[in-house]
Design a protein around this ligand. Structure first.
Ligand SMILES: Nc1ncnc2c1ncn2[C@@H]1O[C@H](COP(=O)(O)OP(=O)(O)OP(=O)(O)O)[C@@H](O)[C@H]1O
Ligand SMILES: CC(=O)N[C@H]1[C@@H]2OC[C@@H](O2)[C@@H](O)[C@@H]1O[C@H](C)C(=O)O
Length: 352
């Protein structure tokens, strides 16, 4: 055993409901910039779990309490399997984001299920969870929480850009960390790829064969959201109200839609990135070769190549890191990002 290092598990279940991401990470004592992802796996949801998590928004508070416990038991079983399969012997704690069921921070509500007490009991590990509630209590949005990880784990990089359902960015301006959603990405590209019977447009092949609809492109770029200053965020409702009707009224050909939307994304992303700065890009959109090429056409940024583990598991890694900060009683929620009344150390610790 080397006392300079310690090991943690990070668990994240994202909005896309593809599964639970688990990472086993090596951290260094007294050096927050060090991390190494040793093992990583996504455990896909069964149809039953997917349905339950999707429907839970309509559950009564008693039903939610039951789900909190049964989902906690489920996470515990995934952790036990992971520890067994990868022969993990050293583990300081588990940090679990859980799954977000309710999130209306302006009404003081945020709920991530997966009861930590259940996980601690069944895994016999120290567990840190419930990272968002305290921030909402302090008047913050309870999200995004990843930027503190960007700040401390990737301090040598100017921009951390995520290309998921939506694209978001975080960077340090002259005074503090800034983070915001830039524009929709895969949530829109997938919808149109689905019309061709595809899950997504692999490598952006179909988009690359389409033609730009200039009127549509201009109208997309003129949407009011893009003129607003951060902090700002996007949701599915906005896409349904502002983006889809616009596309459908102006372009019928799917490859032209994909081509035009890729151009829109590339233009919006490049408009927030300053030339010659470094950018770490993560999220599944990294594999859209055509989109990355288009971004490169508009900017002179230096793209830092991320490993596949980092591309796919950065959020789970950062929740493990938020656990490290909580256990060390250090700030893990930034008021400059969430709008809370103060910076604070968030999360609840459960002992086995
Ligand atoms: N080879 C590929 N070519 C093009 N696109 C890809 C490829 N692989 C993955 N993607 C895109 O990435 C998406 C998955 O990305 P990711 O897992 O980051 O999304 P997410 O978890 O829904 O995002 P978030 O929760 O951060 O919004 C896929 O749905 C698809 O659109
Ligand atoms: C409430 C909640 O679960 N929000 C998630 C969600 O998924 C993406 C986006 O919306 C982000 O705000 C957040 O997660 C990331 C990991 C965050 O907190 O940084």
């Amino acid at each position: 055993m080397n006392n300079n290092y310690f090991f943690a598990l990070g668990l994240m279940s994202g909005t896309s409901l593809d599964g639970v991401d688990i990472v086993y990470v090596k951290f260094k004592r007294n050096d927050y910039s060090f991390f190494e992802i040793l093992q990583a796996e996504t455990i896909p949801y069964s149809i039953e779990w997917k349905q339950q998590l999707q429907n839970a928004i309509h559950f009564s508070s008693d039903e939610l309490k039951k789900l909190d416990i049964s989902y906690g038991k489920y996470l515990a079983s995934l952790i036990n399997n992971f520890v067994f399969n990868y022969k993990i012997e050293e583990l300081a704690f588990v940090a679990s984001h859980g799954h977000t069921i309710l999130h209306e921070p302006d009404k003081g509500i945020t709920l991530q299920i997966g009861y930590g007490n259940e996980i601690a009991k069944l895994t016999k590990q120290k567990v840190v969870c419930d990272f968002r509630t305290q921030d909402v209590k302090l008047g913050g949005q309870g999200a995004p929480l990843v930027p503190i990880g960007d700040e401390l784990l990737f301090s040598n990089i100017n921009y951390c850009l995520n290309l998921g359902g939506f694209s978001n960015v975080s960077y340090h301006n002259k005074v503090s960390r800034i983070a915001f959603d830039i524009c929709p990405v895969n949530i829109v590209l997938n919808l149109y790829a689905n019309k061709l019977g595809l899950e997504y447009d692999a490598s952006g092949e179909i988009a690359s064969k389409g033609t730009i609809n200039k009127v549509l492109l201009e109208k997309l770029n003129q949407l009011e959201f893009y003129q607003k200053n951060p902090p700002k965020s996007l949701g599915l409702e906005w896409v349904q109200q502002q983006i889809l009707p616009l596309i459908d009224s102006l372009e019928k050909d799917v490859s032209n839609v994909l081509r035009t939307f890729v151009e829109h994304v590339a233009m919006q992303i490049s408009s927030v990135l300053e030339d010659s700065k470094s950018v770490l890009i993560t999220g599944g959109g990294v594999f859209n070769v055509f989109l990355i090429d288009r971004i490169k056409c508009y900017t002179n940024v230096k793209i830092v190549k991320a490993s596949n583990n980092l591309i796919n598991y950065k959020e789970a890694l950062i929740f493990a890191f938020l656990g490290v900060l909580k256990i060390d009683n250090q700030i893990n929620c930034l008021k400059s990002v969430t709008g809370a009344s103060q910076n604070h150390s968030s999360g609840i610790v459960f002992l086995p």
